[in-house]
Write a protein that binds this ligand. Sequence first.
Ligand code: HEM
Length: 489
Amino acid sequence: QLRTKIPEGLRQLPGPRPLPIIGNVLELGGLPHLSLSAMTKRFGNVFQIQIGMRPVVVLSGYEMVRQALVKQGEDFASRPDLYSFKFINDGKSLAFSTDQAGVWRARRKLAMSALRSFSTLEGENPAYSCVLEEHISKEGLYLVEQLRTVMDDSGSFDPFRHIVVSVANVICGMCFGRRYSHDDAELLSLVNMSDEFGQVVGSGNPADFIPFLRFLPNNTMKKFMEINGRFNTFVQRIVSEHYASYDKNNIRDITDSLIDHCEDRKLDENSNVQVSDEKIVGIVNDLFGAGFDTISTAVSWAVVYLVAYPEVQERLHQEIKEKVGMDRSPRLSDKSSLPLLEAFILELFRHSSFLPFTIPHCTSKDTSLDGYFIPKDTCVFINQYQVNHDPEMWKDPSSFMPERFLSDDGAELNKMEGEKVLIFGMGKRRCIGEAIGRAEVFLFLAILVQHLQFHKLPDQELDMTPEYGLTMKHKRCHLRATFRPREEN
Ligand code: HEM
């Protein structure tokens, strides 16, 4: 492999010695968030590994990540040209494609504005502060009722199976103006395939780096292609229906607003960046995908943590009972009066780090970090898990302690401490669904904790070991729920 000459005054990146052909794949192993966190102890917060023949720079430590993604944001804002990314959204994904900076920026801006219009802006129903609150409140209550039916019928339930449908319905409502029944076969088969998706696009999948692996029989990869195909067909059909019934005086949802943008743009000859209609309307595919997988993983983990820490679950219920009561539904505006719930969510994000790495980044030009030279087009992994478990930043990082985010008397959230948790990335590629994600996890949990008490089955061992992927899932399991009486005294 040709090494770019290192400019004067800069050093060569440290890192483990690579083997021929496979590079450091063996050291990487099946749990790269752990193996790469361990390597920071040997090599520091910026080092290089080789996956196959391809060098990959790994960044750890809050300040180092901030230096790269915020202070030198432009240099680190691209995406690498990885094999699996070509299959996502037909290679036209906003989050995973190697779009030119101008095209990506224009699409990102459009996506943010469409999302905002159909989430946090005030809606038409005065009973809710915004459309997002309306969707979550309704789906949260459907979920409680659904769990009641399942518990009555079979005595236990699979948390992910039901949460994923409720969460998918919230984003379906915003993107497509519709919701699905908890038994809808098509939606269920789509949302239940997200495991394979995450396993393939998670940082460090060898098939992305070592070409010959693509030709070996590989079941996960086959399913990955299948899910992308089915996902695109599903979204395409809804988009076609929207084109057929589109009315510029009645923009119903995000899909309509993106179609509307294409129509408007045809009148505007001056726009300097050319983005195809397909790439504009295709944004909805990204929003739908990102909007259900991340949040359902978070809420489902939350339920597993409630079961693992029953005393925390009880205190959370008491907090809701005191501050919200049992007679009305929680609202987004209750957030500031529920510090323990907020602390629980932050600790859930930190401790699980269920998004252990951001989506891989790539350098857009020759650059340097901490005196080390990093050439253009180098793939960069951002280890969020390491930042959230860094013993330099966190006391006893492996313990689950929501109190670490509270003031000594427990009455207030320590916001500064909360900002150190890294789960949405930072800088130019930072998640655009962060406000929605935080709101949704908060409100779904508040509703669940208000109505239900979750338990494990008798003699059950809870296995909290995550399954590695872009989003790490807990192992599928069955739990029990009992219903809180409306008036408890
Ligand atoms: C990107 C986390 C919810 C849309 C990302 C990234 C992370 C992330 C880590 C990659 C950042 C990077 O590459 O540096 C999360 C978490 C969520 C969540 C933890 C929920 C708890 C959402 C939702 C939406 C969304 C609800 C949309 C409705 C996106 C998009 C990108 C992205 C479009 C790509 C941005 C780009 O490449 O410019 N998210 N996300 N996310 N997220 Fe989220």
